[in-house]
Design a protein around this ligand. Structure first.
Ligand code: ADP
Ligand code: MG
Length: 173
C-alpha cells in the first residue's frame, strides 16, 4: 500500500491503537497528527488551546496533516480534523480515508477506562457521556462524508484490522 492511510473518528475509537498495529503489519511508518503538532509546538493540546484558542489549534492541525502526509504512512488524526472542509478534501484526494466508527457507549467506556491516554480539554464542560454523544452527533455526517470506508471499531482489535485490510484490498482492486 503506497497511498497514505488516514484514520478518522471520535476520541477513543482507536485511531492511535489501530494505526500503530496497521503500520507494523504493513511495515510502514505510523504518525499521529496530535503527537506531531505537540512536539512541534512543545506544548500539550490543552496548553495550545489555552494559549491560541481552538482556532489556533485547528490551524496547527491542518499544518500537521499536510506535513505528515507521505506515501506508505498510516496517519492517525485528531477527532476534529474533519471539521475543516479543506482537511476532508485533502485526505480524500491524497490517500485512503478510514472512519473507525463506534457507538457512544463504547467510546465512553474506553475513555473512562483510560482517562490519561485520551486527555483532552473538554469541549463543552459537560459530563463525558453527554459531551461524547453531542460531539459525535454533530460530527458523524462529516466522518462519513470524508471516509472512503467505514469500519466497525467496536470490535476486537484483530477484527478491526482484518476489516481494514479487506477494505484496502478492495481499494486496490
Ligand atoms: P484514539 O486515538 O482514537 O483516541 P486510542 O487508540 O487512544 O483512541 O484508544 C483509546 C483506548 O481504547 C486505548 O486505551 C485503547 O487501548 C483502547 N482501544 C482501542 N481500540 C480498541 C479495541 N478495538 N478494543 C478494545 N479497546 C480498544
Ligand atoms: Mg489518538
Amino acid at each position: 500500500m503506497t497511498l497514505p492511510i488516514f484514520l478518522i473518528g471520535a476520541r477513543g475509537c482507536g485511531k492511535t491503537t489501530v494505526g500503530h498495529a496497521l503500520s507494523q503489519l504493513h511495515v510502514c511508518q505510523f504518525v499521529d497528527t496530535d503527537h506531531w503538532l505537540q512536539e512541534q509546538a512543545q506544548m500539550t493540546v490543552a496548553q495550545l488551546v489555552s494559549k491560541e484558542g481552538w482556532h489556533g489549534f485547528r490551524a496547527r492541525e491542518t499544518e500537521a496533516l499536510e506535513a505528515v502526509t507521505a506515501p506508505a504512512r498510516v496517519v492517525a488524526t485528531g477527532g476534529g480534523i474533519i471539521l475543516s472542509e479543506y482537511n476532508r478534501k485533502f485526505m480524500r484526494e491524497q490517500g485512503v480515508v478510514i472512519y473507525l466508527s463506534a457507538p457512544v457507549s463504547v467510546l465512553v467506556e474506553r475513555l473512562e477506562a483510560y482517562p490519561k491516554e485520551s486527555q483532552r480539554p473538554t469541549l463543552t464542560g459537560k459530563p463525558v457521556r453527554e459531551e461524547v454523544g453531542e460531539i459525535l452527533a454533530g460530527r458523524e455526517a462529516l466522518y462519513r462524508e470524508a471516509a472512503h470506508h467505514v469500519v466497525n471499531a467496536a470490535q476486537d482489535l484483530d477484527l478491526v484490522i482484518a476489516e481494514i485490510q479487506t477494505a484496502l484490498r478492495l481499494a486496490r482492486a
